[in-house]
Design a protein around this ligand. Structure first.
Ligand code: DGY
Length: 320
């Protein structure tokens, strides 16, 4: 009997084809498994689960998954998975670090440029028929060159952002759980801020690249936002709950910060209504990793973890 794999929603077809060479594969309809109950009901039939970051893989799911050997998340972030429950139920958990570093960093720079130079506001202005010729005072924005980038979370993605920001002529400051070795700091000419408060005070742009944990939930709250410079920008491509969305909306409406580029939200797919009407705020639907190449690489890494574990390899042999 071939082993059975559940991919919770359609992903790049060649990844599914790869899995089908080895296993019986079911692909759920988009959104079907965004609730625990649907997973609990279906999981008993499967040996492997390849979920999206929107699927809650909880204690109940692990308990119901009597045959389950591996959960290979189609994401680098795995805050949707109860890791302790996985451990208790002896299920291996894999994620996809590394393969989306560059696309997330590129996208972050894109958001920084789009918000600092007000690209989307300018397009709206033009499409509404307001363009009456070159304006010496029109759409003035912040130049990245010479400005200070505050990076929260200096892991792979944070460092890939720093590399690009240095090429743009930005100064780098960062806050991280632990200070980086001197050679890495030197590579980016990056200064360390032990406290998030001092980083918030100094940054012209604050960009978030930390995982979502209890400690980072609402790390950027009303207090931190109130410390930011009046013209400073906030960029979030990490996880929505790292930012208190209501406080951010308030800061933007009050003009106590200059703008924001936000790709992730506290209660996806909901977006705080006050954020939707906030000025100088570019909102995108969680697409930082959405390049053809990266989404294929994410899928293949997750699929290879499934193949490895179901074929009897030990977790240490699984590429990560
Ligand atoms: C991840 O992999 O965690 C990203 O948020 C997906 O884009």
């Amino acid at each position: 009997m071939p082993k059975r794999v559940l991919v919770t929603e359609p992903i790049i077809p060649s990844v599914i084809d790869t899995l089908k060479k080895h296993f019986e594969v079911d692909v759920g309809e988009r959104g079907t498994y965004n609730n625990e109950q649907a997973l609990v009901e279906d999981i008993p039939r499967y040996h492997a689960l390849l979920p999206m970051l929107s699927n809650p893989v909880t204690e109940e799911v692990f308990r119901a998954g009597q045959r389950l050997q591996i959960v290979a998340n189609h994401a680098v972030g795995y805050n949707n998975i109860d890791l302790e429950a996985a451990h208790r139920n002896r299920v291996h958990v894999a994620n996809t670090p590394g393969v989306l570093t560059e696309s997330c960093a590129e996208f972050t720079l894109g958001l920084m440029l789009a918000v600092s130079r007000r690209l989307y506001e300018a397009q709206e202005f033009l499409l509404e028929g307001n363009f009456d010729g070159w304006d010496p005072l029109g759409f003035l924005g912040m130049e990245l060159r010479g400005s200070t980038l505050g990076i929260v979370g200096m892991g792979r993605i944070g460092q890939a952002v720093a590399k690009r920001a240095r090429a743009m002529g930005m100064e780098i400051l960062y806050h991280n759980r632990s200070r980086l070795p001197t050679d890495i700091e030197k590579r980016f000419e990056a200064g360390y801020c032990a406290g998030i408060e001092s980083l918030a005070r100094k940054a012209d742009i604050l960009t978030l690249h930390c995982p979502l944990t209890e400690e980072t939930t609402h790390l950027i709250d009303g207090n931190i936002l109130s410390l930011m410079k009046e013209e400073a920008l906030l960029i979030n491509t990490s996880r929505g709950p790292v930012v208190d969305e209501a406080a951010l909306a308030h800061a933007l409406h009050e003009g106590t910060i200059g703008g924001a580029g936000i790709d992730v939200f506290e209660k996806e797919p909901e977006v705080h209504p006050r954020l939707q009407t906030a000025p100088h705020c570019l909102l995108t639907p969680h697409i930082a990793s959405a390049s053809h190449k990266t989404r294929k690489d994410i899928g293949m890494l997750a699929a290879n973890a499934v193949i490895g574990i179901l074929q009897g390899k030990s977790p240490s042999e699984i590429p990560n």
